[in-house]
Design a protein around this ligand. Sequence first.
Ligand SMILES: CC(C)(COP(=O)([O-])OP(=O)([O-])OC[C@H]1O[C@@H](n2cnc3c(N)ncnc32)[C@H](O)[C@@H]1OP(=O)([O-])[O-])[C@@H](O)C(=O)NCCC(=O)NCCSC(=O)C[C@@](C)(O)CC(=O)[O-]
Length: 445
Amino acid sequence: MTAVGIDAMEIWTGKLKLDLAETFAPAQGDDPGKYTKGLGLRASSFPDVYEDIVTMGANAAHRLMERKGLTPEDIGRIDVATESAFDNSKPVSTYIAGCLEQVYDENFHHANKGERKFACISGTQSLDDAYNWIRAGRNRGRAALVIATDTALYARDDPGEATQGAGAVAMLVDEDPNLVELSTEQGYGSADETDFLKPNQQFPSVDGKRSVNVYLARMREALEDFAEVAGDIHPGDYEMIPFHTPFPGMVRKAAALGYRHIIRGTDVGDLMAEEIGHQPMRADFETDDEFHAAIKEYTDALTETERYQDWYANTIEPTLAISREVGNWYTGSVHIARAAGLKHARESGLDLDEARLLVASYGSGAQAEVHAETIVPGWEEEIGALNIDEQIRNRYDLSFAEYEQVHDVHNHETETDVEEFTAPEDEFAFDGWGRMGERKYRYVE
Ligand SMILES: CC(C)(COP(=O)([O-])OP(=O)([O-])OC[C@H]1O[C@@H](n2cnc3c(N)ncnc32)[C@H](O)[C@@H]1OP(=O)([O-])[O-])[C@@H](O)C(=O)NCCC(=O)NCCSC(=O)C[C@@](C)(O)CC(=O)[O-]
């Protein structure tokens, strides 16, 4: 069977930065440790006044097409995943195609375009759609462009404000990929949940604490479902595990739960039992409360072991490096986690040809999905082409007063006229409103 997967990717961060420890925490009267240690975040990315989901997505896609020497005729599909759409009918992919057509002689009239919605997991679902389209033999030799783009803003003074972010990831899905091959096996954990939603409103209604528990519950189901189809998982099977990362502290919790689950019945589980005892079993406790207290105590002990900490340092920690600097990108989040892990591997000189990743996606509402990926030769060159470090370094560092202005600029309910903080160069920029209320864009040389 021909390999199908991600051939190349590009990342585009919003060009403004809110420093959480230095700027946000003091203004909120919070200890900076809540952000840097508790949530695990240093900063959030924000879009400048001329940036939005279309410009960020189009800029990431343009860089990708230029680097791979592609023209519109090479692309048979443009799938956009977002939960920040501003139009209930016309998909963001048409706006992005319109932008790209400004800079290419050819057009995308023969490309199938769409928009996927299921909170953050729709980025991975769009990858699936592209994968299935190619596997079904409907692609006529053409590749799919999958773009995950979001401005993850919360209402002012919502607890979620600490986890905001903005950016886009563009991925080229093709046969014989140069980055990762996707597995056919997938596991799902999906349930009708009311923890994070946007019922016809821009900013989410969030029950933050509950959303954390729902994430963990659905992720556990997805892991179990994946093991049903792919067989038992051993902690040594996967080089890294990129998770959906709303903030690194969430992944810290999910990783401990996942590890506890996958070591059961393995040699690692036996060694752990010698060190900290066996995992508590429900049958040994009279009440749920007693059982949960024992599980918590066991998990705390487990995360203190050297064995767990080594696994975490190699398998999880590298995937969090970009998220720490940019915050939650919703649909793009798990894809920057994969990129961060591979970037770390390349910089550390690791040979990962044919090594495996376990990719754990999640979207509120709620659904988790787990699948495996095989890293393919060529990955180092692809990852080496990313300039995300430079983009992160070059962001404009907002004062708190400027942050308040930028939040208002991107709030659909407020009208604010604020000067741009950076100057667009060789990129798409928002260019005002059209006669039917549509957004207009131009390429700025
Ligand atoms: C996540 C919350 C609820 C946190 O909200 P909060 O109540 O402001 O924060 P907290 O008081 O719970 O503190 C956060 C952590 O920092 C610690 N802490 C506190 N102070 C200090 C200190 N001085 N030094 C060191 N640590 C400190 C504190 O102990 C805690 O760690 P934990 O106990 O949880 O391990 C909030 O930010 C929120 O509502 N976020 C939005 C929802 C969210 O991100 N949920 C995550 C799961 S759902 C998901 O991932 C889906 C999503 C959000 O991406 C959307 C989608 O799918 O579309």
